[in-house]
Design a protein around this ligand. Structure first.
Ligand code: ADP
Length: 168
């Protein structure tokens, strides 16, 4: 059997300790992991695509070092299933937090199975400490001057501070 390749797609606006925890679990399942950073302009990201990719890459050295798995971080701007086929993914990794994630993810899997039934979607749960972390709430807290150091890596704390102090 060849190398097992996983694709972990997301917006990562910005990467949180929840995402990092999922990546640390995902590398146990694959030989190579592609972290796909979606352009997602509809979501009006706070950070540019380049900034989001750079922030994810900044965290990967430690994870890759620990696991011995090759991790690639790449931007993508196409249908998820087409991108998964392009990178030869065997599995797509998604994280599940609360019941609220379930409905959306359930629909996505159904549609993705119709597009390509050979690529399985695997759901992972973060450690309990990180389960409630959401990029959206982290941005809200940072915007209002709250302390986000328990939710995102240190370099991301700085990036958020820089975003919200510029022009004030
Ligand atoms: P998307 O716009 O694709 O939902 P996100 O960057 O918000 O992108 O999330 C990417 C993936 O990571 C999703 O599957 C999401 O459910 C998961 N995820 C995000 N935060 C957490 C967390 N704290 N615990 C577990 N999974 C998470």
């Amino acid at each position: 059997m060849g190398k097992r390749i996983g694709l972990y797609p997301g917006t990562f606006d910005p990467i949180t300790l929840g995402h990092v925890d999922i990546i640390e679990r995902a590398v146990k399942l694959v030989d190579e992991l592609v972290v796909g950073v979606a352009i997602n302009e509809d979501k009006r990201p706070l950070f540019s695509l380049e900034e989001r990719v750079a922030m994810v890459r900044g965290q990967m050295e430690t994870v890759a070092g620990k696991s011995g798995v090759t991790i690639r971080v790449e931007p993508f701007d196409k249908l998820l299933m087409k991108y998964a086929e392009q990178v030869n993914a065997d599995i797509i990794i998604r994280g599940l937090r609360a019941v609220s994630d379930f409905e959306y993810e359930f629909q996505m899997v159904g549609m993705n199975q119709a597009l390509n039934d050979d690529i399985e979607t695997v759901f992972l749960m973060a450690d309990a400490r990180y389960q409630s972390i959401a990029s959206r709430l982290v941005k809200e807290i940072a915007r209002l001057g709250g302390n986000v150091s328990g939710f995102v890596p240190a370099s991301v704390v700085n990036a958020l501070e820089a975003k919200f102090t510029v022009g004030e």
